[in-house]
Design a protein around this ligand. Structure first.
Ligand code: PRP
Ligand code: ZN
Ligand code: MG
Length: 224
C-alpha cells in the first residue's frame, strides 16, 4: 500500500457503512467500491479506503495502521478501556462528532423477566460484545454479574439458555422485538465520530484532511 495516500477505515457492512460512503461522496471523493474488496482507491484524490469490521477501527487508528477512521463512540470507548487495561497504545484525536450512527447500548431482558432495575441482574449471566462498558456500569450500580462474551448474535443468548439478559446496541429496537426481548436500561449513548491517529502526518496527508473537514462541516450544516 502507498503510504503517501491518506488511509481511512470505515465499516465494511453495517449501520455506519452506507452513511460513511455517502459522507465521502458528499465531500467529492470518487470511490469505486467493489464487493468483497478490503481496499478501495479514490479516483480523484490520494485517499485509500479500508473496509473493515467496525470493532477493528479504533485499534487500527490507535496503532497508526490507518490515518482516519469513522466509528461509533461505543466501540471507541470499549476499545479504550480494553487497551488501557492491557497497556496497548490508545493515542488518537477526535476530529468531528458526526450526525449519524445514533444508537444506545442497553440492557435487555426477556419480556417475561420481572425487571426492577439493575439489581434484578445480581448474579445473573449477561451476554454482550461490550464487556468493559457493561462492567463499568454494573460496578457503578454495585451489582455483581457474570459476563458472557459474544461477538455476534447476542440477542439469541437468552432463548438459547446461554444468558439471562443481554447488553447490546439498540437502534430501531427491531432486533430486540424480533427476539422477544425488551429494553431494560440504557447504559451508553453513542453517535459516529471521525477520529485521527496520534502519529504525525505528512504535509500532503494533512492537506487532504484540511480539505475534507470543512466539507464535512458544510454537509452537516446543510442537514440541520
Ligand atoms: C447492532 C446490534 C443489533 C442491531 C440493533 O449491531 O448488535 O444487531 O444493531 O439494531 P436495531 O435496534 O435497529 O434492530 P451492529 O450494527 O453494531 O452490527 P455488528 O453487531 O455486526 O457489529
Ligand atoms: Zn460491531
Ligand atoms: Mg449486531
Amino acid at each position: 500500500m502507498d503510504n503517501t495516500r491518506l488511509r481511512i477505515a470505515i465499516q465494511k457492512s453495517g449501520r455506519l457503512s452506507k452513511e460513511c460512503q455517502k459522507l465521502l461522496k458528499g465531500c467529492g471523493v470518487k470511490l469505486n467500491i467493489r464487493e468483497q474488496r478490503l481496499i478501495a482507491h479514490a479516483e480523484n484524490m490520494p485517499i485509500d479506503l479500508l473496509l473493515v469490521r467496525d470493532d477493528d477501527i479504533p485499534g487500527l487508528v490507535m496503532d497508526g495502521v490507518v490515518d482516519l477512521g469513522v466509528v461509533g463512540e461505543n466501540v471507541l470507548e470499549e476499545t479504550l478501556m480494553e487497551r488501557k487495561a492491557t497497556s496497548e497504545p490508545t493515542d488518537y484525536t477526535e476530529l468531528k462528532r458526526l450526525d449519524f450512527g445514533g444508537c444506545r447500548l442497553s440492557l435487555a431482558v426477556a419480556d417475561d423477566f420481572d425487571y426492577q432495575g439493575p439489581k434484578s441482574l445480581e448474579g445473573k449471566r449477561i451476554a454482550t460484545s461490550y464487556p468493559w462498558l457493561l462492567k463499568r456500569f454494573m460496578d457503578q450500580q454495585g451489582v455483581k454479574f457474570k459476563s458472557v462474551m459474544l461477538n455476534g448474535s447476542v440477542e439469541v443468548a437468552p432463548r438459547a439458555g446461554v444468558a439471562d439478559a443481554i447488553c447490546d446496541l439498540v437502534s430501531t429496537g427491531a432486533t430486540l422485538e424480533a427476539n422477544g426481548l425488551v429494553e431494560a436500561d440504557v447504559i451508553f449513548r453513542s453517535k459516529a465520530v471521525l477520529i485521527q491517529s496520534g502519529a504525525e502526518l505528512s504535509a500532503g496527508k494533512q492537506q487532504i484532511i484540511d480539505k475534507l473537514l470543512p466539507r464535512i462541516q458544510g454537509l452537516q450544516q446543510a442537514r440541520e
